[in-house]
Design a protein around this ligand. Structure first.
Ligand code: TXA
Ligand code: MG
Length: 327
């Protein structure tokens, strides 16, 4: 299949009038119950009208996503968020500081959200993406857009339009192509529905940054006996088609006997079949998913990934590498 088919619409370097026509068409498709893939600052999303149960079911079918894994509702701002979830002071405070941006907030859901969108839970995740095309689409549709990452379930998230087409091209009516994404890993998912905030998924905004803003320590699901956790973290995730091993283990030494690929911010010991060295941890995070898709097509048999530096985006990167390695 060609990477760019007639459904993929370039959003960069086109006149404003054409942009608004494309957004209008995409919004009409959303309101007609169709699927539209769109860019965000983190990864590309596979969008449907969050309030239309039949449309949302198409997302689960297109991705092969388990029906017990709820979706994030993408909103154009706090007013739209308020139509679907019960905000509290913590949520308002974090929204003021971090929206638009890669922070999804889990809150008590209002009845407006169909059960399928929130996988039967009484909470729902909302976020305002920091991407003009995404925001224009949500505003034009006038409804929250439910969107998981636009990959087949279990595959690395797509950070450009070509990866979307590769995974789920046949299922979408339109792909809005805004070039490669800026962050490259998904949003942080923070549950603020109860007294104790819980970090359900590390992501684009680090735990320390949120702790500094709230002046309290954020709990992890394990700290509270997994009473609250992200259903998505139960499922196998982010897997490339060949095994990924984190450096330093005996398995990594074993891999070095075959055709192996190296990814990291430093040079590897030994001679890999392919070597990808990033400038810093940010680039490692931003390019990880794209590079995994390239390496799996290269003929390499194993990927050895350097353990990332702690702090900042390093935590989210380590989470994704660990889950890609199947540990
Ligand atoms: O950056 C992102 O978050 C991207 C872009 C497209 O916005 N989206 C994304 O969606 O990564 P997805 O579906 O791949 O991941 C959503 C995560 C899952 O782990 C899901 O279980 C969790 O958010 N989640 C959603 N609603 C939840 C809820 N009510 N309670 C707990 N976890 C929830
Ligand atoms: Mg995903």
């Amino acid at each position: 299949m060609s990477v760019r088919d007639e459904r993929t619409k370039q959003m960069k370097n086109i006149p404003d009038k054409e942009t608004s026509e494309l957004i209008k068409t995409a919004a009409q498709k959303i309101l007609a119950g169709e699927l539209v893939a769109f860019p965000t600052e983190t990864v590309y999303g596979l969008g449907a009208n969050a309030l239309d149960a039949a449309a949302v079911k198409k997302i689960f079918a297109a991705k092969g996503r388990p029906s017990d894994n709820p979706l994030i509702l993408h909103v154009s701002g706090i007013e739209m968020a308020e139509t679907v979830v019960e905000l509290n002071w913590r949520a308002r405070y974090l929204i003021e500081k971090f929206w638009p941006g890669p922070l999804s907030l889990v809150l008590k859901a209002k009845a407006a959200i169909p059960s399928v969108t929130r996988a039967g839970l009484d909470t729902a995740a909302v976020r305002m993406p920091d991407n003009e095309t995404a925001l224009a689409l949500i505003r034009a549709a006038g409804v929250p857009i439910a969107a998981p990452s636009a990959n087949r379930s279990g595959r690395p998230s797509p950070t450009d339009a070509a990866a979307v087409t590769e995974d789920i091209g046949g299922a979408v009516s339109m792909v809005l192509d805004d070039g490669p994404t800026r962050v490259g890993l998904e949003s942080t998912v923070l549950d603020v529905s109860e007294e104790i905030p819980v970090l359900l998924r590390p992501g684009g905004i680090s735990k320390e940054t949120i702790e500094e803003a709230l002046h309290i320590e954020i709990s992890l699901p394990h700290d509270i006996g997994l009473l609250r956790r992200s259903p998505g973290t139960r499922h196998r995730h982010y897997a490339p088609k060949i095994p990924l091993i984190i450096s330093g283990s005996s398995a990594a030494e074993e891999a070095a006997k075959g055709k192996w690929a190296w990814i990291g911010t430093k040079d590897p010991a030994g001679t890999p079949f392919i070597k990808i060295v990033f400038s810093d941890t940010e680039e490692y995070a931003r390019e990880l998913f794209r590079v995994l898709r390239i390496i799996e097509k290269s003929g390499a048999e194993t990927i050895v990934a350097q353990e990332p530096e702690e702090g900042g985006i390093g935590q989210a990167l380590k989470d994704r590498l660990t889950r890609a390695s199947g540990i």
